[in-house]
Design a protein around this ligand. Structure first.
Ligand code: FAD
Ligand code: SIN
Length: 521
C-alpha cells in the first residue's frame, strides 16, 4: 500500500495533521482501536490559549517556563503560545464548541501553575468534544482514509534494505511502517512519502494511570528502535487528583480545573496542608502538588487525601463539572456535600521523540507529534492544558513542512514484506500478562513520584530480566497486540530509567532523594 502521508494515531495530533496535510496529498490514518480510543478523548480541563486581557502572551510564556523548571526550550514555548489562537480558530472551524458566557465571550478556566484564566473548555469533557469534531471532519474528507484496528509494529528505514544503521547514520530516513491488521492478523507493508508518529503517551508503564489502555508508548518505542533520538523521558508527570476507587482502570481524573474553581485539598482528618508546600497552595504546579500529596500519604500510611468543593454553590459545581458529578454519584459520592477521595496517578510523558520546530525527528521523512514528541515546550514539567494546544500547533507546522516537500519525495523501492518464518502463534498469554504486571510494579515502586539512585538501579536490573524474556518470546512468536505492547512498554520504561539515571539533580517531575532540591521540597 502506498500513501503520501502515513499517520499513525487518531488523537488530536494525528487527526489535525491529517486534516491539514489532506489539502496537499493523500493521507492514510492507521489506529490500533476505534478512532476515538485515545488520551485526547479523556481530556477534561481544556486547552490553553491567550484570549482576553489582562492575559498576555508574555504571561503564558512565563507560566510555562516557570512550570518547566528551567528545562523548557524557550523557542518552542514562544512558538506554541503565539500560534495557539490560530490553532483554536482551526479547531472551531472543524466544529469544536467551547463554552461561552451569556454575553458570548469564551468562558475561561484556570488550573495549577497558571496566573490567569486562559483555558478554553467544553464542560469537563473538552477532549471528547475536540475528538468528536476532528473525527467527523476526517470522516468527511475525501483525501483521508482511516484504517481502524491497525497496529503499527515498526518503522521502515534503511535497516529493512539490509543496511547497518545507528543513531549516527547520515541520511537515515523513514519509508513507512509495518502495520498489523488486527482483524485478519496479516502484516501490511505501508509505504509513505512521509510518516507521522502520533501514538500518544505511555501511562500504562505504571500500575495506576489516568491514561486509557491504548497509551503504551508504541510510537516512542518504534522511533527508538528506528534510531531516532528521544529525550526528557525521566519527566513523567503524575496528576495529583485521580479518583481513589480501588480496582478501577484507568483511574478516573478529577480535573485540576476544580482546584482552579476553588476546591481545596485536605488530609483525611480534614486539615488543609498545601500552604506548607507552596504559596499557590492547592493551585501550585502539578509536580509540587503530587509530591506534597505523596509525602503526606506516606507519612500517614494513607492511600488518599480529599478534594473538597462542598463550600461552592452546588448549582455552579453541577454546571461546571457535570461529568465528574455523574461519575462520583455512580460510586455513592455527592460532591456538592461530600469530599472526594483522590490519589496521584501517572498522567503524562513530558519527554518523547526529540523534534525540531517543524515536528521533524532526527530521522528524515519522519515526524513525531503530540504526546509522543518532545518539542521542548514542557521542560521538566508540563503546565496544565498545554498539551492539546501543543499537539495542534505542531501538527500544523509539520503538515506545512511535509507538504512543501511532497513533490520532491519518492516512495522507497525494495522494502521486503514481513518475514514470519520460524514464528508461531503465542500460547503464552499468561506470561505476557504477568510480565506486564511486573513491569508496572517495578515502575510504580521504584520509578514513581520520588526516586533514588538505588531505586533506579534496582528498577533497571529487574527490567533487564523482563526485557530478555520478552525479546526471546518475540523472536519465536507471530506478532500480536499484547506482546508488541509489552515489548514497547519495556522499551519506554528502559528509557525512563536510563535517562533518569543520567540526570544528576532533582528537577520538575524527576525527584531523586539523593539530589535533594530545597526549592522543590
Ligand atoms: P492520543 O490522543 O493519545 O492519540 C494516540 C493515538 O494513537 C490513539 O488513537 C491510539 O490508539 C493510537 N495508537 C497508539 N499506538 C498505536 C499503534 N502502535 N498503532 C496504531 N495506532 C496507535 N491535556 C490538555 O492539554 N488538557 C487537558 O485538559 C487534558 N486532560 C487530560 C485528561 C486525561 C484523563 C488524560 C489521560 C490526559 C489529559 N491531557 C490533557 C493530556 C492530553 O489529553 C494528551 O496529551 C493528548 O490528548 C495527546 O494527544 P495525542 O494525539 O498525542 O495522543
Ligand atoms: C486536568 O483537567 O486536570 C488535566 C489537564 C491536563 O492534563 O492538562
Amino acid at each position: 500500500m502506498k500513501t503520501d502521508f502515513l499517520v499513525i494515531g487518531s488523537g488530536a495530533a494525528g487527526l489535525s495533521f491529517a486534516l491539514k496535510a489532506a489539502e496537499r496529498g493523500r493521507v492514510t490514518v492507521v489506529t490500533k482501536g476505534e478512532m476515538n480510543e485515545c488520551n485526547t478523548n479523556y481530556a477534561q480541563g481544556g486547552i490553553c490559549s491567550v484570549t482576553y486581557a489582562p492575559d498576555t502572551f508574555e504571561k503564558h510564556i512565563r507560566d510555562t517556563l516557570v512550570c518547566g523548571a528551567g528545562k523548557c526550550d524557550p523557542g518552542a514555548v514562544e512558538r506554541v503560545v503565539r500560534q495557539a489562537p490560530d490553532s483554536i480558530r482551526d479547531l472551531i472551524a472543524w466544529g469544536t464548541r467551547f463554552d461561552r458566557t451569556p454575553d458570548g465571550r469564551f468562558e475561561l478556566n484556570r488550573e495549577g501553575g497558571h496566573t490567569e484564566h486562559r483555558i478554553l473548555h467544553h464542560e469537563d469533557l473538552t477532549g471528547a468534544e475536540i475528538e468528536r469534531a476532528l473525527v467527523e471532519s476526517v470522516r468527511r474528507h475525501p483525501n483521508i482514509t482511516v484504517l481502524e484496528h491497525r497496529f503499527a509494529i515498526d518503522l521502515l528505514t534503511q535497516h529493512h534494505l539490509g543496511e547497518f544503521v545507528t543513531r549516527h547514520t547520515r541520511g537515515l530516513a523513514c519509508f513507512g511502517a509495518y502495520v498489523l491488521n488486527l482483524e485478519t492478523n496479516e502484516m501490511e507493508t505501508m509505504l509513505a512519502r512521509f510518516t507521522v508518529v502520533a501514538t500518544g503517551g505511555c501511562g500504562n508503564i505504571y500500575s495506576s494511570t489516568t491514561n486509557p489502555v491504548v497509551a503504551t508508548g508504541d510510537g516512542i518505542a518504534m522511533c527508538h528502535r528506528a534510531k531516532a533520538i528521544t529525550e526528557n523521558m525521566e519527566f513523567i508527570q503524575f496528576h495529583p487528583t485521580s479518583l481513589y476507587n480501588p480496582g478501577e482502570k484507568p483511574n478516573f481524573l478529577i480535573t485540576e480545573a476544580m482546584r482552579g474553581f476553588g476546591a481545596i485539598l485536605r488530609l483525611q482528618n480534614g486539615e488543609e496542608f498545601m500552604d506548607r508546600y507552596h504559596p499557590m497552595k492547592s493551585l501550585a504546579p502539578r509536580d509540587v502538588v503530587a509530591r506534597a500529596i505523596y509525602r503526606e500519604m506516606t507519612k500517614r500510611g494513607e492511600d488518599y487525601v480529599y478534594l473538597d468543593v462542598t463550600h461552592k454553590d452546588p448549582d455552579q459545581v453541577r454546571r461546571h463539572f457535570p461529568n465528574i458529578c455523574e461519575k462520583c454519584r455512580s460510586i455513592g459520592i455527592d460532591i456538592t456535600r461530600q469530599w472526594i477521595p483522590v490519589t496521584p496517578a501517572a498522567h503524562y510523558c513530558c519527554g518523547g521523540v526529540k523534534v525540531d520546530a517543524d515536528g521533524q525527528t532526527s530521522v528524515r521523512r519522519l515526524y513525531a507529534l503530540g504526546e509522543t514528541s518532545c518539542t521542548g515546550l514542557h521542560g521538566a514539567n508540563r503546565l496544565a492544558s498545554n498539551s492539546l494546544i501543543e499537539a495542534v500547533v505542531y501538527a500544523d507546522r509539520a503538515a506545512r513542512h511535509a507538504s512543501e516537500r511532497l513533490d520532491r519525495t519518492e516512495f522507497q523501492e525494495g522494502i521486503p514484506d514481513w518475514d514470519f518464518e520460524g514464528t508461531r502463534h503465542t500460547e503464552e498469554m499468561l506470561m505476557i500478562i504477568q510480565s506486564k504486571r511486573e513491569m508496572q510494579q517495578i515502575m510504580s515502586n521504584y520509578v514513581g513520584i520520588v526516586r533514588s539512585n538505588l531505586s533506579l538501579k534496582r528498577a533497571m536490573r529487574r527490567l533487564e530480566i523482563l526485557w530478555q524474556e520478552t525479546e526471546e518470546l518475540y523472536a519465536r512468536t507471530k506478532p500480536n497486540r499484547d506482546l508488541c505492547e509489552l515489548r514497547n512498554m519495556i522499551a519506554v520504561a528502559y528509557l525512563v530509567i536510563k535517562q533518569g539515571r543520567e540526570i544528576k539533580e532533582s528537577v520538575g517531575c524527576h525527584y531523586n532523594m539523593d539530589f535533594p532540591n530545597r526549592e522543590a521540597e
